[in-house]
Design a protein around this ligand. Structure first.
Ligand SMILES: [Zn+2]
Length: 285
């Protein structure tokens, strides 16, 4: 068959891909990065490599150049916002904002950074990214810890960008509001430990569900051991148990959700088609 890849169900002719919609691949030490990328290739894990700052984004891009299943995002994490808030008009920052395919990890943090003196810097940096997302039509990958309501207000003010909310553990009212705003939610490794996250994992609508690892430090924070990409299969297993379905069903749903999101976005649609095209070619080979 000739012509562009078919736009029907992305997984019709092959096993669905796993999805890690939020991982910090640039944070792997060198000796773990190669095994991590090998795992991503072997298990077909479509991975969004979120960044913490400019240098982390440069490293995420270099990693993506080594692995076709890795999509690099540019973000300045709220924890790093104070370092950047004086340099918001910096040329290299501007260039990264313009060229990035999507933005993340960005957002606000009032839970782990209660120091109010950092809050104006967090706001300034987050608003810069939201304005760019609005102007350029880019997807955002969000950190909302302890600032869920404020994040909702800002999403509203900046034109409701398409959003992935990472590791949501906030209150039910902000969860409902984020749903109204069209957000998708990643469930990650804390689903094994937190009854609150388990309760959320049961009620996220099928069409809003994504999976993540927040590797390598998500699991390290919880258990002391850095996470590897295949951790996402444990998250899938737990989600299947909580939602009364099977792991294959979760994988299929999550893959469809991410591809739907990517295809609706002019920056990510070509990436989605490239990845699906490569998967089809690999299967045919
Ligand atoms: Zn993260």
């Amino acid at each position: 068959m000739s012509g562009p890849p078919r736009l029907t169900s992305p997984s019709a002719a092959r096993p669905a891909m796993l999805v890690d919609a939020h991982a910090h691949l640039d944070r792997y030490p060198d000796e773990l990065l190669a095994p991590a990328l090998a795992e991503i290739r072997r298990a077909s894990i479509l991975t969004i490599a979120t960044a913490m700052d400019l240098s982390s984004y440069e490293r995420a891009k270099a990693i993506a150049a080594r692995c076709p299943l890795v999509v690099p995002a540019f973000g300045i994490h709220p924890w790093n916002a104070p370092v950047y808030s004086d340099e918001l008009r910096d040329q290299s920052l501007r260039r990264a904002l313009d060229e990035a395919l999507l933005f993340g990890e960005i957002g606000l943090d009032r839970r782990f950074v209660p120091n109010a003196r950092t809050h104006p810097a967090q706001r300034a940096v987050f608003e810069l990214f939201l304005a760019a997302a609005r102007d350029q039509g880019k997807l955002v990958n969000l950190h909302t810890s302890g600032a869920e309501e404020e994040v909702c207000q800002l999403l509203e003010r900046f034109g409701r960008p398409a959003a992935i909310v990472h590791w949501y553990s906030g209150p039910a009212d902000a969860f409902a509001r984020l749903l109204e705003l069209g957000a998708l939610f990643t469930v990650g490794v804390e689903v094994h430990f937190s009854p609150h996250i388990q309760a959320l994992a049961r009620i996220i609508p099928d069409d809003r569900l994504l999976t993540e690892t927040d590797n390598p430090e998500g699991m390290e924070w919880l258990t002391g051991t850095p996470g590897m990409p295949l951790l996402v299969t444990d998250v899938v297993g737990k989600l299947a148990e909580l939602r009364g379905t099977n792991p294959e069903g979760i994988v299929q749903t999550v893959e469809q959700n991410l591809f739907r999101l990517m295809r609706a976005n002019r920056w990510l649609a070509p990436v989605a088609e490239r990845i699906l095209g490569e998967a089809a070619r690999e299967r045919a080979a």
